[in-house]
Design a binder for this molecule. Structure first.
Ligand code: FES
Length: 166
């Protein structure tokens, strides 16, 4: 819940999400994924396994992809967090999102937000990754549709097209 003052037993944390600094009251055992979805309405972040296995919940925290299901919200106090909602700008999909569309990267789409966030973190550090580097980076993001080839091609394309810009 977004509050000025947290109820007893609840921690008030302050974090920057998609460029906006937010104060939120978080239960001590709430995950970052649940806080993003339930308290901040950022439901683009998906919860699949809820136990660090699938990567559907991946967000970028302080520049690194993390499983938000396995991060306590209180650990994000003071952090910079980017979710899939933060990728598009001015009504335009980010290049990596466009490349996913063009390569039919999403199938059912459930894993796509997590795939996009890991890919974005990769492209921030390696502007033009090759297929092997993409596979290595995305090893923790599972796709039950098994659309891996298209996802890898999309990320390689995004790098080729945009260089250092993601
Ligand atoms: Fe977090 Fe699967 S929902 S890793």
């Amino acid at each position: 819940m977004m509050l000025d003052q947290a109820p007893l037993g609840v921690s008030t944390i302050r974090l920057t999400v998609n460029g906006e600094t937010i104060t939120v009251a978080a239960d001590p055992f709430a995950s970052l994924a649940n806080t993003l979805r339930d308290d901040l309405g950022l439901i683009g972040t998906k919860i699949g396994c809820d136990r660090s296995e699938c990567g559907a919940c991946t967000v970028i925290m302080n520049g690194k992809p993390v499983y938000s299901c396995s991060q306590l919200a209180v650990w994000a106090d003071g952090a910079q967090v980017t979710t899939v909602e933060g990728l598009a700008s001015g009504g335009q999909l980010a290049p990596v999102q466009q490349a996913f569309v063009q390569n039919n990267g999403p199938q059912c789409g459930f894993c796509t937000p997590g795939q996009l966030m890991t890919a974005t973190a990769l492209l921030s550090n390696n502007a033009t990754p090759n297929a092997d580097e993409v596979k290595q980076a995305l090893v923790g993001n599972l796709c039950r549709c098994s659309n891996y080839n298209a996802i890898v091609e999309a990320v390689v394309m995004a790098g080729e097209r945009s260089g250092s810009a993601v």
